[in-house]
Write a protein that binds this ligand. Structure first.
Ligand code: TNX
Length: 552
């Protein structure tokens, strides 16, 4: 009898001891928290608030659905970004949570069919625009559940999570810092498959680390495409092994006359991989037959404007052309397209085609027809500025609408998909106002409200929603040469384009957007983003000074 009760006591003691070692999950009361006050940008499709609050602390774990490479990538990303914001390094591991805390779960949606592009990064990169990026997030006291059919969807959800995390610890319990997240449910999905930004690395060169910095910022706003304008009159920025002078000669200058630069193929591959780890596709552009002076200086046989060519460091457009009537030019283009295609897993190759003012019309048509075919032969979908529709393009090519409504209408007639980049609304290189230090104004001034207040679905007359591939915000670099200047033009307008591309029109309003944009100043400050402190926005952190316009 004594023996039994002794051993019973031992078991009891052990249980008491064990349960005191086992951590109690932290519970907090934070009824004041609301998801809709967190400044989510782009605004999700559906938000349902609850009274719950999720307490993130050092005992939180990131629990992955399986040990696939793609899950591990997502887990690392989540841990890194949470660490950067909170200073707390969470573990990301597979299967069941090891402790009794509040955990973040990355799940595959139960009803999801696992299309290869949904769960494999290489398959995703080959076909990123048909992937289902919808995700759901359930935030309760004990768990933050994220689910999506695809890894891309989980990645987009992680951006939402980053935005939901408060700027600093909100509570303390048992000497532990706690970051409280508002409870509720988010259901979200993008309006458009293609959500892009373009960077002109030709007028001024941007180093690989500057491009990566921009990729980080774009990913935060769920943008999934970085279009790189790799060549122009002032510079050729990507090594082509068969034609080394393109970069040896054509890569040495930039606007203003400073030495330019170029990406080696290894550096470019590394950029593609960096973008891929952010579920972002790089669309390469070789602008032709105009905007080709730098290449023609390197290889004069290409030149078709009848004049002697020399390196150019000004900002005029429309004076250069390749010769559309020489077979050697097409052999050259085939080499270039081939080498770039080998570096580019994505579906699109952008052939430029804009402002070929000195190319005779018939030559332009012949050239675009030949090059779209070369691109197709290389296995890519041709994309070009809206002028390409004046050639014999068909529904297998994409037109990027930037200026001509007539060309946009013609694209629709041909059944071509249209990428919307109307200069008057979506050009990040347009000045905010007449004294803005950087940018141009040929399409008008584009203050923050003008940039946001338009409806892609109805903007280009006669372009129906089904034919809109997406939205892209181009940033031409005649007046900017480094990250600081880039960010002054891109921010705060870029988040607005991200929202136009991601969020449905019913959820968008300038008044509500303004408030969510105001909250971005915390992120801008933390990242050291020198944004333009537009007076239209009631920024939550003290404004930096707007740089003064240099007088000349
Ligand atoms: C027009 S947009 C261009 C570029 C310039 C830009 C400056 C387009 C297809 N062509 O060559 O850099 O304006 O805003």
């Amino acid at each position: 009898m004594l023996k039994t009760s002794l051993s019973f006591c031992c078991v009891l003691l052990a249980l008491v001891f064990l349960s005191s070692c086992q951590e109690q999950p932290i519970q907090i009361q934070a009824p004041e928290l609301e998801i809709s006050q967190a400044g989510l940008l782009p605004i999700p499709s559906e938000i349902q608030e609850s009274d719950a609050a999720f307490a993130l602390s050092e005992s939180t774990q990131i629990v992955l659905a399986d040990d696939s490479e793609i899950m591990k990538l997502l887990g690392r990303f989540a841990a890194e970004k949470i660490f950067q914001k909170t200073g707390v390094l969470l573990s990301a591991s597979v299967g069941k949570a090891q402790s009794n805390g509040n955990h973040i779960f990355l799940n595959w949606s139960p009803d999801s069919e696992a299309a290869p592009a949904h769960r494999d990064i290489d398959a995703y990169l080959a076909d990123p625009y048909s992937v289902n990026e919808a995700y759901e997030m359930e935030i309760s006291n004990r768990a933050l559940q994220i689910s999506s059919a695809s890894a891309a969807g989980l990645f987009r959800a992680l951006q939402t999570l980053r935005q939901l995390l408060p700027e600093g610890a909100t509570h303390q319990q048992n000497k532990k810092d706690i970051w409280a997240l508002a409870g509720g449910q988010i259901k979200d999905a993008p309006a458009y498959a293609y959500r892009g930004a373009m960077l002109d690395v030709a007028r001024h060169f941007f180093s690989p680390s500057e491009v990566k910095r921009y990729i980080d910022q774009l990913a935060y706003y769920k943008i999934n495409t970085l279009h790189l304008h790799l060549t122009d009159d002032q510079g050729w920025r990507l090594e082509i092994k068969a034609w080394p002078k393109l970069t040896e000669i054509g890569g040495q200058t930039e606007v203003g006359g400073k030495s330019g630069g170029f990406y080696t193929q290894d550096q470019y591959r590394d950029l593609v991989a960096y973008a891929a780890a952010h579920f972002m596709t790089i669309v390469p552009e070789v602008d032709m037959p105009g905007h080709t002076n730098a290449a023609s200086v390197a290889y004069p046989f290409l030149n078709g404007n009848g004049k002697e060519v020399q390196l150019y460091t000004g900002t005029a457009v429309g004076f250069s052309s390749w010769d559309a009537n020489k077979e050697a030019v097409y052999d050259f283009v085939t080499d270039v397209v081939g080498e770039i295609t080998a570096l580019s897993p994505g579906p699109y190759f952008h052939l430029g085609g804009d402002e070929s003012h000195v190319t005779p019309k018939a030559d332009y048509i012949k050239f675009v027809d030949r090059v779209t075919e070369i691109v197709r032969q290389a296995g890519k979908t041709p994309m070009g500025w809206d002028e390409i529709v004046t050639a014999h393009t068909d529904s297998s090519a994409v037109a990027q609408f930037w200026a001509s409504e007539k060309n946009a209408a013609l694209a629709v007639e041909k059944g071509m998909k249209v990428l919307l980049s109307p200069a008057k609304k979506a050009y990040l290189d347009m000045q905010y106002h007449e004294n803005s230090p950087y940018g141009l104004h040929w399409a008008g001034y584009v203050p923050v409200d003008t940039a946001y207040i338009w409806t892609p679905e109805t903007y280009a007359k006669g372009v129906p929603k089904e034919l809109i591939l997406g939205i892209e915000a181009p940033l031409w670099s005649e007046t900017i040469s480094n990250s600081k200047e880039l960010e002054f033009l891109a921010f705060p307008r870029l988040p607005g384009y991200a929202e136009l591309a991601w969020s449905i029109p019913e959820n968008r309003s300038w008044e509500a957007y303004k408030k969510r944009l105001a909250k971005q100043s915390h992120y801008f400050d933390r990242q050291g983003i020198g944004y333009y402190p537009s007076p239209l926005i009631d920024w939550e952190t003290p404004n930096q000074k707007e740089p003064k316009l240099a007088k000349d």
